[in-house]
Design a protein around this ligand. Structure first.
Ligand code: ZN
Length: 206
């Protein structure tokens, strides 16, 4: 199982970090050991002083495939979840400055918070609304209608390089409003469904 992540996939978020809006998807990976499920707490690592939350919609790959074409891309995922792409922003800044890979800033243990999955068929993939609360305050909200690269464009692009395999996860990028978390904070991710707003996960920072 692999965890493929897309960076800078909402224009407002690219701007807030002074990054250009990309012409092709920005892709990185996290190892399976990054997963944090079942509302387990996250232990603040000692290698960062600037840990940031990034709420994202996550796709679960349901079919093996390579070189997937746009028309068929939607058949490669059938469930979605919400997750957090925890980022050590200070380490990432150093990596970017030196032109180094981001793994130590993004792939550390527990850096991929993941909620349970819900079937995709209750959603229109082009307009899924979601938000993140920190200590009860809304800090990020997004809608997949604002994605620079749609789910299907992401599937098409990444499958040129990596064989998609059943169970792989795709973190599809974060909207604006990323910010620091501290020990004692609680994060909660919400998905806006036909039946109202649903809490998908919570995560206490310890
Ligand atoms: Zn992210």
């Amino acid at each position: 199982m692999k965890i493929i992540c897309i960076g800078r996939n909402y224009a407002e978020h690219a701007k807030e970090l002074n990054n250009p809006v990309p012409k092709k998807p920005v892709v990185f990976m996290k190892p399976p050991s990054a997963l944090l499920v079942n509302n387990k707490p996250f232990y603040y690592p000692d290698f960062t002083q600037d840990l940031h939350h990034e709420i994202e919609v996550v796709l679960k790959i349901c079919k093996n495939g390579r070189h997937v074409q746009s028309d068929f891309a939607h058949t490669y995922y059938d469930q979605i979840a919400l997750g957090i792409d925890f980022t050590a922003r200070d380490l990432q800044a150093k990596c970017k400055e030196k032109g180094h890979p981001w793994e130590i800033a993004k792939g550390f243990d527990g850096s991929a918070v993941l909620s349970p999955f819900v079937p995709m068929d209750q959603f229109e993939s082009s307009s899924i609304a979601f938000h993140l609360e920190k200590n009860g305050q809304k800090v990020q909200q997004g809608n997949t209608k604002d994605l620079i690269f749609s789910f299907d464009e992401i599937i098409k692009y990444i499958s040129q390089f990596f064989k998609l395999q059943v169970g792989d996860l795709v973190y599809t990028g974060t909207p604006a409003g990323v910010g620091p978390v501290n020990i004692g904070d609680t994060l909660k991710g919400f998905l806006h469904t036909q039946d109202g707003t649903k809490e998908m996960f919570h995560c206490a920072i310890k």
